[in-house]
Design a protein around this ligand. Structure first.
Ligand SMILES: CC(C)(COP(=O)(O)OP(=O)(O)OC[C@H]1O[C@@H](n2cnc3c(N)ncnc32)[C@H](O)[C@@H]1OP(=O)(O)O)[C@@H](O)C(=O)NCCC(=O)NCCS
Length: 188
């Protein structure tokens, strides 16, 4: 499948709300539930003024207006320290088809080549082995566990940390030193 990439837009928000209220997503992404459209619109308005994050929508290139396949982004972008965190969510029901791998590679290429980052990190909840397996396969290194780090659903939970350095990204066959175009292939 060929994916197009664009900045997250107002028209994506109802789809994003529906995904984040899906159990296969909200059990792995620690957000205050339920996620409503009004709160998401307020959140999005705030992101438009926030230079420390960039949020993308990945669409079926054949039907870019109605077929969102993934949302992903870089947050806590720190220009001085040249680091950022990443997140990603693949359309529920479409996982396991290579979309996540392609999106993650694109996001890393964007962060290192377009933004000149030195480090991208990601945190996951303890039971999200699927995501950690994917991040490790793409090249992320396990860096440890922040124990009882995050208040989520009434209790303190661990966050697993993985990171990818520029030097490690440069060793990946898929890395692109030139700024990445806003499209990609998933290989399926
Ligand atoms: C994590 C996520 C982004 C992965 O996206 P994806 O499109 O399924 O990723 P891919 O298809 O490229 O590959 C995922 C790998 O996990 C495996 N996988 C996918 N779904 C799985 C499942 N339900 N159970 C076990 N393995 C699974 C795939 O087979 C593949 O393994 P492989 O590398 O050995 O072939 C997606 O599952 C998702 O959106 N999860 C919910 C939100 C989330 O957890 N986000 C990350 C929070 S930081």
């Amino acid at each position: 499948m060929r994916l197009g990439v664009r900045r997250l837009a107002w028209e994506d928000l109802p789809v994003r709300v529906a995904w984040f209220n899906t159990p296969s997503v909200y059990t792995h992404v620690p957000l205050d539930l339920p996620i409503g459209l009004a709160r998401t619109e307020q959140w999005f308005r705030d992101t438009l003024m926030n230079v420390s994050r960039v949020d993308f929508t990945f669409t079926d290139a054949q039907r870019p207006q109605e077929e969102q396949q993934a949302f992903a982004g870089l947050t806590n972008i720190e220009p001085v320290h040249r680091r950022a965190e990443m997140y990603m969510v693949v359309r529920p029901g479409e996982t396991g088809r290579g979309i996540g791998t392609a999106v993650l590679r694109w996001l890393c290429n964007y962060g290192f080549a377009n933004l000149s980052l030195e480090r991208i990190m990601v945190t996951t909840l303890a039971d999200n082995q699927v995501a950690r397996h994917l991040y490790a396969r793409v090249g992320f290194v396990n860096e440890g566990v922040l124990r009882r780090h995050f208040h989520y659903q009434g209790r303190l939970v661990d966050r697993h940390v993985q990171g990818l350095l520029r030097s490690e990204w440069e060793q990946q066959a898929w890395h692109t030193p030139q700024p990445v175009p806003f499209s990609l292939d998933t290989g399926s």
